[in-house]
Design a protein around this ligand. Structure first.
Ligand code: KG4
Ligand code: ZN
Length: 346
């Protein structure tokens, strides 16, 4: 089929993003990908403030779209369709993006596709490497944690996921209670290099429960308790304690993810895929200890391990445009009744 050029729009959390992607399903190129992070706006509040996020999206969506078109070297007349995140996410941001897409679609007559943010993440390996269906995906970010078998552009089989916190959220909370800065993931990874991952035997929750579900809130509590014991015993936290707590926590997250990955790989391989591939996406995929563990377990199962470039793993609009290209081959566009949804299963 003829190559399509899509404008993608993403505004579901704290990144305002627009991108232009061109190609056919499984063979796509990002011509541009603009991401305006709001980290600085939320920094003082210790988390994303929905009202501030919504206002920032409303103010920046137009300039991000103009920048994405400019960087791609085309105008709206060179676009075949618009893909926009319609959920799940913070509703003020999602509404801003959907309204923008509807306005553009009404003004230009271009077809519009509402894309599930999670489908965008899950289909990223199609954009980065043209990975063949079905592949196994572990989505690990600040807000999400789930194992999916991706059968097609709109067919996702959920094998399991977290029953409480997402791993990135746990990294951020543990960083806070160790007195480290945000985002917590990179801070914990850095300090862990100086720490002993075996000093604290933190739990690997649900390890013996069948299936692929995970839990991280008990782990966070265990770190808190160990920290308080040290503070009480020695009147403060030494630098080495901090590093050992971080390293032991990180090892526990890795072991939990690796253990459940083994289960997910078993399920996936029972489908006898031609070119078995295990992909990760989401910000936590940046962690080299976790990535190393996932790579090793993939090798043990004889499965190719793939981590797309980080810029495509964290929130961006290229993945939304790519999901649009994948989905327009199998379904009709959405109309003006498209709604923005805070919750939206795959
Ligand atoms: O995918 P992402 O950019 O945003 C969403 O959550 O949607 O992921 C951000 C999360 C944060 O919680 C951050 O602490 C975590 O990913 N993260 C990491 C690392 N880099 C980012 N976690 C562990 N190790 C890292 N190196
Ligand atoms: Zn995301």
């Amino acid at each position: 089929s003829r190559a399509k050029t899509l404008l993608g729009i993403e505004s579901s959390c704290d990144d305002t993003a627009a991108a232009v992607v061109r190609g056919v399903p499984g063979e796509m190129t990002a011509l541009s990908s603009v991401v305006y992070a709001q980290t600085d706006l939320h920094a003082a509040f210790g988390g994303v403030v929905p009202e501030i996020a919504a206002r920032a999206h409303a103010e920046r969506l137009d300039v991000s779209i103009v920048a994405a078109l400019e960087q791609a070297g085309i105008g709206l007349d060179g676009i075949d369709a618009i893909a926009v995140t319609c959920g799940p996410g913070l509703i003020g941001g999602v509404v801003s993006g959907v309204m923008m897409a509807k306005g553009l679609s009404a003004a230009t007559g271009l077809p519009m596709y509402g894309v599930n943010h999670l489908a965008g993440h899950a289909l990223t390996p199609r954009l980065s490497d043209g990975v063949a269906f079905p592949y196994l995906m572990l989505l690990v970010s600040g807000g999400h944690c789930q194992f999916l078998i991706v059968h097609g552009p709109d067919r996702f089989e959920r094998l399991g996921g977290t029953i409480d916190d997402a791993p990135g959220e746990a990294f951020d909370k543990v960083a806070r209670l160790l007195g480290l800065g945000q985002p917590g993931g990179p801070a914990i990874e850095t300090i862990s290099h100086e720490g002993d991952p075996a000093r604290f035997a933190f739990p690997r929750p649900l390890a013996n429960k069948p299936g692929c579900d995970l839990s991280f809130s008990g782990l966070k509590t265990a770190v808190l308790r160990a920290r308080d014991d040290l503070v009480d015993a020695q009147d403060g936290l030494h630098e080495q304690d901090q590093a050992d707590l971080a390293a032991s926590f990180q090892a526990a997250v890795r072991d939990s993810l690796v253990g459940k990955s083994a289960r997910a790989l078993e399920r996936y391989l029972s489908l006898t895929p031609d070119t078995p591939t295990f992909c990760v996406a989401g910000g936590v995929a940046a962690n080299m200890t976790i990535r190393g563990g996932l790579e090793t377990i993939s090798g043990e199962f004889g499965v190719r391990f793939l981590a797309p470039p980080l810029a495509l793993c964290t929130d961006n609009a290229a993945m939304i445009a790519a999901a649009g290209i994948e989905q327009m081959a199998v379904r009709a566009p959405d109309d003006m009744s498209l709604s923005a949804r805070p919750r939206m299963p795959l």
